[in-house]
Design a protein. Sequence first.
Length: 511
Amino acid sequence: MAFAADPRKIVRVEKNNAPSAFDLIFSMVAPLTAIFGAVKLTQNDGDLAAHLRMGTTILASGHIPTRSLVSYTAGSDPLIAHAWLSEVVFALLFTAGGLPLLVVLTGIVIGLTHASIGLFLRRLGADPRWAFVAALVSLSLAATHWQTRPHMFSIVGTTLTLFLLELRPRHREVLFTLLFAVWANLHGGWLYGLMMIGAFILGELAEAAIHREKRHECIGLAKGNAICLGLAACATLLNPYGFRLHREVFSAVTSTSLSNNIIEYLSPNFHDAGQLPFLLAILLLVVLFAFSTRPPPLSWLTVILISLFFSLRSARNIALFGVSAWPLIALHAARNWPKGNRPFPVLREFARLDPNARIGTLALPIGALLLALGLNRGHVGSVILIADRFSSRSFPTVAVERAKLASLDGRVYDAWEWGGYIMYAWPSARLHVDPLKFNTVTMRSFARIDDLRPGWQSELEDWNVRTILIRSTSPLTKALKLEPRWVVWYSDSLATVFRASPNVPLAAGGG
């Protein structure tokens, strides 16, 4: 088909087999993430290993544990395993294909999520080229927290919530109910999804109050979303804990201990290169809105502002900003950028072909090949593309193996980021830090020892710690080497294991 007379107008072609933007995004993101991002996805910290331990325990026992599996600082507290279903899924996948299958499926989920965002933008009228670029920007934002952890399901759930709110498919009440019933058992981020629905309702009511000519339409939309909100909220009660789950999630969201002590709960540090995409997105938001021909719908603006607020409060929410607020920002810019200033001459053939390109021509075979790679535990013949082991550069694999073989007894003070790996690789160890269950006492005690605050020696005595497993380069390691009551039992470039000296008895402590 020929180009239109106006060089800015593009005549679309009929159904064709050219690769769609969806396929291009998936084909780039899924394999590259799975093959080259395996360690980042699974071993950025020890949480995945902890979830695997919990998942295998649930499968073996047939019930969800009610107390921490390893902690002596929070062992008496009741355990609300808000991600129990994620942990079971991870354990099943790990049994079937080890770490490679987990990595592959994470890569596929990431690819599908951001390819779907591009498709979402295109379906709502965005230029295919802009939709493609905006989807990749979304990926750069969400990449801050795309890991093989239960939080990944909240990123997906947030994306699906946006789709249901904006696309309004048939039977969406049923879809919302099913989504939140499953989400409530996968991860506590369902609260963010409920907040998004509430933000849409507030925006629509405000729109009805401001624009009388649209009052009937906006009130109708608000009523429909209110029904969805009620159904979704009720669906979150379909979990093993009932309202206790809600108390646990609200407690985590409002906890000052978490927000002040856990890195991912801190506000973003814009001196960190990893936060640069978010900073640029904020600046781009200002520019796009400044030059748009009209303001965004108040329902969109409400979601954008609330999402921005939570992202500035906690870096872990930037990923949710990337799949909820950013697509709305991109869609508003696509619809309202001054037409005379956007001839956008590049990739005209792509813009012609994409709207009617068949979806899946690349994504399906590439997804199938990735699954085959995962099920074959990362091997292609004799070549290992994805390693099926926890990295000795990330975790104290040798130190833990030696401690386990030696059957070291007594309580273990462990580096926080290694707690999950240690509880997975050394099941009999009793640990100071269980990343799946800790409390204010755990955080205060850990910080006092790790930061060498006054009384840190007595803190170890009070908890009757017999073994310490920490980084060889940490200040605590240097301090312990000067303490006569502690002796180096094992050391390498990554980890050092200290044992309480038998010649200097420790006090019989509490805890």
